[in-house]
Design a protein. Structure first.
Ligand SMILES: Cc1cc2nc3c(=O)[nH]c(=O)nc-3n(C[C@H](O)[C@H](O)[C@H](O)COP(=O)(O)OP(=O)(O)OC[C@H]3O[C@@H](n4cnc5c(N)ncnc54)[C@H](O)[C@@H]3O)c2cc1C
Length: 409
């Protein structure tokens, strides 16, 4: 059992950390660097992306042959955590959702031609992308078997009709990965497709207003009324849509956790700085036991989260599906982020509720963590199912969990 980072990974991690400290965190304090949706302004982002690329810190999750950093999941865990110590970090390094997850799945399942057309422009930062799965009632949400948007085969094309919502980045994306129903089969009734923003037959009905700051392109509600997709833009086989979704969502959930750990750490850093200098009753807040209990609890939850993330990451690196480990990490880290930022706001007093620090930004952002890519309740049922089915094997130290369960919630 080895808990130290390999030296080459730690070197990248240190360089990411320095970039975040020197180039990104200073930008956060000036409102002029924000767009109207509380994210980093596009021209500022473009400048930072140029610098990150020049520093060799670009798309670390992608193979070097594509212009990425070639990191394994364990390396990504260390670096993504550092990146998201700044709220601007993931976008600057081209490791933000949903591009991050879309790149990883296209790299896994795309043909060479599909990778050239759909993946490489995202890796190079020339376009953005969206993942199009969730639907409003009565369509598919937590239960993807309920997906109602249809793709009907006509010759060598598919015609798509239906509605999707909460599609992150839709207002700025050019490449869309769509999951649609192609038959009534519960498990093999879905298929995955790519389409381009300029194709006719779909429209952005609205940009859904949300409580938190927005990713670039917001969260779209989409209507499909006859979008035609060439069969060559289908990913994997007909009926393998949920498999594609699972291949995408597993690692993407984990990279969410990696980033959320960074936000949690930043929250605790801000709290630590304040309680170290703020006096009350003649003592620094940091010297009060009640304050120490809050900080200790929050820091411990973050460290537990990191262990869960690293465990899941090492399993993914070994080729496992790691469904159970991913679910545990997702549930725990979402809660650890809440605990950390809530503690930090409380210990900063009125300052914590202000916009003088990014804490209120992180707090509003954090609320989505218990919902996106599977609500916490759904992940807990996945864990319970593993416990019930696997009995003793659930606690087996050496189990690799190679892909015996291919798809499901
Ligand atoms: C900010 C944000 C960004 C998102 N980005 C995307 C995106 O880019 N692409 C995309 O396709 N989707 C996206 N989503 C959608 C997200 O994945 C879904 O909201 C999530 O999967 C839950 O589905 P739902 O909203 O339909 O909730 P529902 O299925 O309606 O469930 C509502 C609640 O019921 C409970 N529940 C549901 N099922 C169960 C169960 N089996 N057991 C116990 N409790 C249950 C949970 O508490 C759940 O939160 C995004 C959502 C948000 C908020």
């Amino acid at each position: 059992m080895e808990f130290t980072l390999p030296a080459p990974i730690d070197d990248v991690r240190r360089r990411v950390r320095a970039f975040v400290d020197e180039r990104l965190i200073p930008l956060e304090a000036d409102r002029v660097n924000y767009d109207e949706h509380e994210n980093v302004r596009e021209d500022v982002l473009a400048r930072m992306r140029g610098e990150a690329r020049a520093a060799g810190l670009w798309a670390l999750q992608m193979p070097k042959s594509r212009g990425g950093g070639g990191l394994p999941f364990v390396g990504m865990a260390a670096c993504y955590e550092e990146m998201n110590r700044s709220i601007f970090g993931p976008a600057a390094f081209n490791s933000a959702a949903p591009d991050d997850g879309n790149m990883m799945v296209l790299e896994r399942v795309g043909t060479d031609a599909q990778k050239t057309r759909w993946l490489q422009p995202i890796v190079e930062g020339r376009v953005r992308s969206s993942f199009v799965m969730t639907e409003p009632h009565p369509g598919g949400g937590s239960d993807p078997a309920m997906i109602a948007t249809t793709a009907e085969k006509r010759g060598d094309r598919w015609v798509v009709r239906g509605r999707k919502w909460f599609i992150t980045g839709a207002d700025a994306a050019s490449h869309f990965l769509l999951i649609a129903r192609t038959s009534d089969d519960a498990r093999r009734g879905h298929t995955a497709f790519m389409f381009h923003r300029d194709q006719p037959g779909w429209r952005l009905l609205r940009r859904i207003p949300i409580m938190g700051p927005e990713e670039h392109g917001g969260h779209g509600e989409l209507v499909f009324d006859g979008l035609e997709i060439d069969d060559g833009d289908r990913l994997l086989g007909v009926g393998e849509g949920l498999k594609v979704a699972q291949i995408r969502l597993g690692p993407a959930r984990l990279t969410h956790c990696m980033r959320w750990l960074g936000l949690a750490r930043r929250s605790l850093e801000i709290a630590q700085e304040y309680i170290g200098r703020r006096m009350s009753g003649g003592r620094r807040l940091a010297d009060r036991e009640s304050v120490q209990l809050q900080m200790g609890e929050a820091a411990m939850q973050v460290r537990i989260g990191r262990l869960l993330v690293m465990h899941a990451a090492s399993k993914l690196d070994a080729g496992a599906m790691a469904r159970n480990e991913l679910s545990m990490a997702k549930v725990h880290v979402a809660d650890a982020l809440h605990r950390a930022v809530d503690t930090a706001i409380q210990l900063n007093g009125g300052r914590g509720y202000s916009k003088d620090t990014p804490l209120e930004w992180i707090y509003r952002y954090a609320r989505q963590a218990r919902l996106v890519d599977g609500a916490s309740e759904v992940h807990k049922t996945v864990i319970a199912r593993h416990l019930a089915e696997d009995a003793e094997a659930f606690f087996d130290w050496n189990r690799l969990d190679l892909p015996k369960r291919s798809t499901s919630a």
